[in-house]
Write a protein that binds this ligand. Structure first.
Ligand SMILES: [Zn+2]
Length: 329
């Protein structure tokens, strides 16, 4: 029992737990943070967390203690129930979603401050502010994320495990447009598209989640599947709401299962590149879907184009609609 207790507390620092539950605190001393008390209603912050000792104390309601005590009070459960609750919650995956959330929010704030990022989006014809907000598109200039998250109380180890910084301690994403990848309510990864000369596509280590934007389209009778997030964004902007993205031409098992979880038509709008790899992948996927009872149609993009470049080069929604109508089984 005692060992479990220590392990739980070690695995989930109190401050990390509070942040995962959207507590906002500002530094108030070397290891101290202060913010509004989650346990009682107040307008002036009087809830203090000591990140080194892993304890909290509220000067307003007088409550204090460690993580387990906090869960007892905030969830109104017994000590044992609190332990049981923390057991499964403290796995690696949950621990890493909190810093990803914070990183995504930070990158989102950065976007407007970097003209090079905005002009890149403009070149790719992604400019609808409402869509940019909805997709939480941000910008990683590189070199300022670690400091920001450290100020928020995240340890080096947690940031490393989330893949946000590399072993040398520098930011993993550098001069990249960032799309957060969600699964349910959580962000499970970040995709970074280089705006410079660096390798174009980058994901943080770990799971990429299922199909991008799947929750929005899962009940649609027809969905358009694209391979890139810029394809996704331009189609959404052009008024196609039934779009989803596989983040590459190769679908993982979860993504394939999602496409097959009901009766629907899937329009495959992959790149038409020189070496035919996009079309080849689309052909194989179409066959695979058909054997699973799904109606598949291959959208033949003009040579050398993907849906994004189609719109960048002046294509419009009517023309794309015609491509959908001409799509082949
Ligand atoms: Zn309080």
């Amino acid at each position: 029992m005692g060992e479990d207790l220590e392990r739980i507390k070690r695995r989930t620092p109190l401050l990390d737990y509070l942040r995962q539950h959207n507590w906002e605190g500002r530094p108030a001393g070397r290891f101290e943070y202060v913010g509004l008390c989650p346990l009682h209603r107040e307008s002036q912050p009087s809830f203090y967390v000591n990140a080194r000792k892993n304890v909290f104390y509220c000067h307003g309601c007088g409550q204090g203690g460690d993580l387990i005590r906090f869960v007892q009070l905030s969830r109104e459960v017994s000590f044992r129930q609190s332990l049981a609750y923390l057991g499964p919650q403290t796995d690696h995956e949950t621990e890493s979603t909190a810093p990803l959330e914070q990183a995504a929010a930070f990158y989102q704030q950065q976007l407007d401050h970097y003209p090079e990022a905005l002009s890149y989006l403009d070149r790719r014809r992604v400019h609808d502010p409402a869509l940019i907000r909805e997709l939480r598109i941000g910008y990683a200039p590189g070199g300022n994320l670690r400091q920001h998250l450290t100020m928020q109380g995240y340890s080096f180890a947690v940031l490393r495990r989330a893949g946000l910084i590399n072993a040398q301690g520098t930011d993993a994403l550098y001069q990249r447009i960032v799309f957060p990848l969600g699964q349910g309510e959580h962000i499970v990864n970040l995709y970074g598209r280089s705006i410079g000369v660096a390798f174009a596509h980058r994901f943080l280590p770990g799971c990429k989640g299922g199909l991008y934007g799947w929750e929005k389209v899962r009940n649609c009778a027809a969905v358009i599947l694209v391979e890139g997030l810029f394809d996704y964004a331009t189609l959404r902007q052009a008024g196609f709401h039934n779009v989803t993205c596989s983040l590459g031409t190769h679908l993982n098992a979860d993504q394939f299962r999602q496409l097959c979880d009901g009766q629907r038509t899937v329009y495959l709008a992959f790149d038409t590149d020189q070496n035919q790899s996009g079309q080849h992948a689309a052909e194989q996927l179409a066959q695979h879907l058909v054997t699973h009872g799904i109606c598949a149609r291959r959208v033949l993009m003009p040579a050398g184009h993907d849906p994004n470049s189609f719109f960048v080069h002046g294509g419009d929604a009517y023309q794309f609609q015609s491509l959908l109508e001409a799509a082949q089984p």
